[in-house]
Design a protein around this ligand. Structure first.
Ligand code: ATP
Ligand code: MG
Length: 401
C-alpha cells in the first residue's frame, strides 16, 4: 500500500504565484489545494485539514495574519504547520508571524530549493508530532484502562474475600448454635416430662436427682457453646482493621515494645519461655501504637500456644531496625514451626490447627489486616528457617494520611 501523499493548502491572492507554487509542489508528489481568497481557504482547511499551509500575508478581504489567527483558534486546524510567504521582509513581520504560531517564514521571490527543503522539514516534523500525540493518547488510554481494571480487581477480590469470610463464619457459628438449639429443646422436653411426673404424683427422690443432674449437664454444655458463639462474634469485630480506638502518634518503638513485653510476662513465666528484644533505641515512628501492641501480643501468644510441648521452654525474639523509610520487624521462635503446606493458609480467616482447644483461627487474619490495611505494610511467614517460626514485617516509618 502506498503511503498517503501529504496534502498542502496554498493561499495567495496572486494567480501567477499560486500556479507556480502549485506546479512546483505537485511535481514533488504532494496533494495540492489552492485558494485565492482567505475566507474560502479557512472553510476548506476546516473541512479537509491539510498537513501544511503556505499562506500569503498581504491579501485583500482578509490578510494572512487574520487567517492564521482563525485557524489556530479551531481544534481541527490548530496544530497544522503554517508557513508565511510574503514580500514583506521587515523584522516586525517576522516576529509577528512567529508569535502567531507560524512555523516558518519565506520571502518573495521564492527560491525553489529553499521552499522544498522547508516544506519537507515541516511536513516530517508534523508527521512525527502527530504520531507522537497518537501514541501518547493510546498510552494514556491504556493506563486508564489498567487503572480501571485494577480497581475492579481489587473490588472483586474484596467481595470474594468477604464471601469467603461470611461462608467460613456461618460454618463456624452454626456448630455451637446448632448444639445450643438441640440442648435447649432437650431441656424443654426434660421440663415437660418432669412436669408430667409431678402432675401424676410419681415424684421419687431418684427421679428428682436424675432430673437435676441432666439439667445441670445440659445447661453447662449450652453455656459453653453460647459462649463460643459469642467469642467468635467478638473476635470478628477485630477482623475489620479500621478499629477506630487506635490513635496515631509519634513514639519510640523499642521502649514501647518493652512495655508490652512486660505486660505479657505472666504468660511467659507460666510457660518458662524467654522473650527478648533487640534494636535501635532511638527509632521513632509515626503510627498506631495500639496496632503494634495487638500484633506483638498475637505473635507471642501464638508461639506459646502452638510452638511448644507442655514442659518445653523456648526462646522468642524480636529484632527491629530501620531501612531507608521502612521499619523492619523480625520475629522468631525456636518452636515446632509451621509446616510448609500451611504457610500460605495461616492468614486466612478460621484457619487453625487448634480448633479442639478453642482456637478460632482469626488471630493471624486480624494481624494480617492490621499490617496491610491499618499500617500500610507487608507481613510474611519465612518458610526458609531450619527450626521454629519466623515472621518478617515491613512497615512505613511515617504513615501516610
Ligand atoms: N509460632 C507458631 N508456631 C507454630 N504454629 C503457629 C505459630 N503461629 C501460628 N501457628 C499456626 O497458625 C495457625 C493459625 O494461627 P491463628 O493465630 O490465626 O489462629 P489460632 O491461634 O489457631 O486461633 P486464635 O488466634 O484465633 O485463637 C495456628 O492454628 C497454628 O497452627
Ligand atoms: Mg492465634
Amino acid at each position: 500500500m502506498n503511503p498517503r501523499k501529504p496534502s498542502i493548502l496554498i493561499v495567495d491572492d496572486s494567480e501567477d504565484n499560486l500556479l507556480l507554487l502549485s506546479q512546483i509542489l505537485a511535481k514533488e508528489g504532494y496533494n495540492i489545494n489552492s485558494d485565492l481568497n482567505g475566507y474560502s481557504a479557512i472553510e476548506t482547511a476546516l473541512k479537509h485539514p491539510p498537513d501544511l499551509i503556505l499562506l500569503d500575508i498581504m491579501m485583500p478581504d482578509i490578510n494572512g495574519y487574520e487567517v492564521c489567527d482563525r485557524l489556530k483558534a479551531d481544534s481541527r486546524t490548530q496544530d497544522i504547520p503554517i508557513i508565511f510567504i510574503s514580500a514583506l521582509n521587515e523584522l516586525f513581520d517576522l516576529v509577528k508571524a512567529f508569535s502567531m504560531g507560524a512555523v516558518d517564514y519565506l520571502t518573495k521571490p521564492i527560491r525553489i530549493p529553499e521552499l522544498l527543503s522547508r516544506v519537507n522539514t515541516h511536513l516530517s516534523l508534523y508527521k512525527l508530532q502527530t504520531e507522537f500525540k497518537q501514541k501518547n493518547a493510546e498510552l494514556t488510554q491504556l493506563v486508564e484502562h489498567l487503572q480501571r481494571t485494577q480497581t475492579q480487581l481489587i473490588e472483586s477480590e474484596k467481595m470474594a474475600a468477604l464471601g469467603r469470610l461470611v461462608a467460613a463464619l456461618s460454618h463456624e457459628i452454626s456448630t455451637p448454635v446448632g448444639i445450643g438449639i438441640t440442648l435447649a429443646s432437650t431441656l424443654k422436653n426434660e421440663a415437660h416430662n418432669f412436669e408430667e411426673q409431678v402432675d401424676q404424683g410419681q415424684l421419687k427422690k431418684s427421679i428428682v436427682v436424675n432430673h437435676i443432674h441432666r439439667v445441670k449437664r445440659s445447661s453447662h454444655i449450652l453455656l459453653d457453646n453460647l459462649q463460643r458463639a459469642a467469642d467468635l462474634i467478638q473476635s470478628l469485630k477485630q477482623v475489620s482493621a479500621d478499629q477506630s480506638h487506635f490513635k496515631k502518634q509519634e513514639f519510640y518503638l523499642k521502649p514501647y515494645l518493652e512495655k508490652i513485653i512486660i505486660s505479657l510476662s505472666p504468660h511467659l513465666e507460666k510457660s518458662g519461655h524467654k522473650l527478648t528484644l533487640t534494636g535501635e533505641e532511638t527509632l521513632k515512628i509515626n503510627s498506631y501504637p495500639g496496632a503494634f501492641a495487638q500484633i506483638v501480643t498475637n505473635l507471642v501468644i501464638n508461639s506459646i500456644q502452638h510452638g511448644y510441648q507442655p514442659g518445653e521452654t523456648g526462646h522468642l525474639h524480636f529484632d527491629i531496625y530501620s531501612q531507608d523509610d521502612r521499619l523492619m520487624i523480625i520475629y522468631v521462635d525456636d518452636g515446632c514451626g509451621i509446616p510448609v503446606e500451611y504457610q500460605d493458609k495461616i492468614f486466612e480467616p478460621f484457619f487453625t490447627t487448634a480448633r479442639s482447644s478453642g482456637g478460632s483461627g482469626l488471630g493471624l487474619h486480624i494481624l494480617y489486616n492490621l499490617v496491610t490495611q491499618k499500617l500500610q505494610g507487608q507481613i510474611l511467614c519465612d518458610g526458609q528457617v531450619s527450626r521454629g517460626t519466623k515472621f518478617i514485617l515491613n512497615l512505613p516509618i511515617e504513615l501516610e494520611e
